[in-house]
Design a protein around this ligand. Structure first.
Ligand SMILES: Cc1cc2nc3c(=O)[nH]c(=O)nc-3n(C[C@H](O)[C@H](O)[C@H](O)COP(=O)(O)OP(=O)(O)OC[C@H]3O[C@@H](n4cnc5c(N)ncnc54)[C@H](O)[C@@H]3O)c2cc1C
Length: 500
């Protein structure tokens, strides 16, 4: 790795990443697993360096980790995911939580020019959303640990050289979770290849693990509950704002260009008022992700324990990924039949929609994350109603004040279905707050700000309408709906009120 990369200013460094990322323009780059030579180009431009501490040859920068992923996602969203998996999901837990010996062994390998890859293995065929169902085990074995189990859907399944693997041990009659750094050659085997419908740059599969790893490769973040897992996942979830910001800047540009150049009758597509409404929805999604990305860059820190950022990260992940998907679908609709064509010369809408589809599903499905956000707030009511709590909570209070609308629909017994919907409303309030703060701190076009807030207000009204729909008895669960109490907080992975 050229030492020169370490002495560049942030802007010079990011300009270098952008120059290399432009070679991977999704309009022309093949839909294929990223070849090692191409990953070598990106590694050579320094994509991994911000994730690595200086003493291990890195640039050690939270801001640059975000900007690298944003820059790559603008050219090629799957590659943005690829970079985020390596940096935020796999290398970060090693940097944050591993002991000195493990760091010395592994991190310098990633600051060199070898195109090494790292992945994170948590999901199993029998457990994705509820990680307590994990079946992969670890046990003491001689001078180290033996890890056995089966994981699936891991990004970089067949290609990653190093893994952070989660496992459990129930031997002493009580559950313990552990995280281990495993070299592929130690016993990580891909036994089936999965064919995803999008994000083709990344390879996926079903993985059998039977590995013995030395003691120092157990990373020192174990707890008896799943709070460590949640902390580890927070970085990549927060990064969705950076990916969304880069990707939607591109989608907005492409959609406008398409609408100007496509003729419908005698006029351009953009002359149709409803087409302009779709363009406004796309632009708004970009605005919202830009505001969330501002929060990520200026208020969060990927280089520190992120536990206290739990509610912000839940909101960022759910809102950003919802916006990524909805904007991609608006763009595809605007592109008509050509938007359903792989490799169309006029637009990238078909692949954008396929790539975007998984964002609300992976890295914690949005419905679960929304429920957890509500649970987090309910556990902190201290005698207040939920709307009263939100009116006072710094993450939502500015939005509640600006809304001047009635959030009283949240103040009822909340069944599980209501908790998911309420979590969405809370996340939209968080997003409005961030749009307002971003506006105050960076001075964007006031029209963009006004429109983004108007769209988010409508999203909240939509949640209120869904509460009414549920009240009409469509689920026939009124008996269950009234049964929530604080004792039902079953998500063991939510930081308790004493922690934050
Ligand atoms: C492209 C891709 C990349 C991935 N990368 C990785 C990776 O690098 N490493 C890794 O370990 N895993 C990875 N995964 C796995 C991913 O994180 C899981 O697929 C995801 O967490 C969901 O788990 P599941 O598939 O088991 O779905 P399930 O747990 O079966 O859930 C299915 C659905 O049930 C519903 N649901 C679940 N809980 C609730 C709730 N509380 N409220 C309402 N509805 C609910 C949701 O609609 C959810 O989508 C990846 C998956 C994909 C598709």
């Amino acid at each position: 790795m050229s030492k020169a990369l370490l002495s560049l200013s942030t802007n010079e460094f990011i300009a270098g990443i952008e120059a290399v990322a432009s070679k991977f323009d999704s309009a022309s780059y093949p839909q294929q697993n990223l070849p090692a030579d191409d990953w070598a180009l990106l590694v050579g431009s320094g994509v991994l360096l911000p994730a690595l501490p200086r003493e291990y040859g890195g640039r050690d920068s939270h801001l640059e980790m975000c900007r690298v992923v944003e820059a790559i996602s603008e050219w090629n969203l799957p590659l943005g995911v690829h970079a985020a998996v390596n940096t935020a999901l796999a290398l970060r837990p090693i940097v944050m939580w591993a002991g000195e010996q493990a760091k010395q062994e592994i991190l310098p390998l990633f600051s060199g020019s070898d195109p090494l890859l790292a992945g994170f293995a948590a999901t199993e065929p029998g457990c994705g959303s509820a990680m307590s169902g994990m079946t992969t085990t670890f046990e003491e074995a001689g001078e180290g640990y033996r890890i056995r189990g089966r994981k699936h859907w891991q990004a970089l399944s067949q290609s990653a050289h190093w893994w952070v693997v989660s496992a459990k041990n129930d031997d002493a009659g009580r559950r313990e979770y552990g995280f281990f750094i495993v070299k592929r050659s130690e016993g990580f085997r891909t036994v089936e290849r999965y064919e995803p419908v999008g994000l083709k740059a990344v390879d996926y599969g079903l993985n059998d693990i039977d590995a013995i790893v030395p003691r120092h490769r157990r990373i020192g973040a174990e707890k008896r509950d799943l709070s460590t897992m949640v902390e580890i996942l927070m970085a990549s979830r927060a990064m969705m704002a950076a990916m969304g910001c880069g990707f939607l800047r591109r989608v907005s540009r492409e959609a406008h260009m398409y609408a100007e150049t496509r003729t419908i009758g005698r006029a351009p597509l953009s002359a149709i008022r409803f087409a302009r409404y779709r363009l406004a929805a796309i632009d708004t999604s970009y605005t919202i992700c830009e505001a969330l990305n501002h929060h990520l860059q200026t208020r969060l820190d990927l280089k520190a324990d992120m536990t206290s950022a739990f509610p912000a990260v839940q909101a960022i992940k759910t809102v950003a990924t919802e916006r990524i998907l909805s904007a991609a679908l608006h763009y595809q609709q605007l592109a008509g039949g050509e938007g359903y064509r792989s490799g169309s010369p006029t637009n990238i809408a078909a692949q954008a929609a396929l790539d975007a589809r998984v964002f609300p599903i992976f890295d914690g499905n949005n419905d679960l994350l929304s429920q957890q956000l509500t649970e987090y707030c309910l556990a902190r009511l201290s005698g207040r109603t939920l709307s009263g709590f939100l009116a006072a909570w710094p993450l939502t209070a500015p939005a509640v004040a600006a809304l001047r609308g009635n959030l009283g629909f949240l103040d009822r017994p909340l069944g599980q279905e209501h908790q998911v919907l309420a979590g969405r409303a809370i996340a939209y309030l968080f997003a409005i707050t961030q749009v307002m703060r971003w506006s105050a701190e960076t001075g964007p076009d006031p029209d963009r700000v006004r429109t983004a807030i108007a769209f988010l207000k409508t999203d909240i009204t939509g949640v209120a309408t869904e509460f009414d729909l549920l009240a009409s008895g469509i689920l026939d669960t009124d008996d269950e709906a009234g049964s929530w109490s604080a004792g039902d907080l079953h998500s063991r992975s939510i930081p308790s009120p004493t922690m934050t």
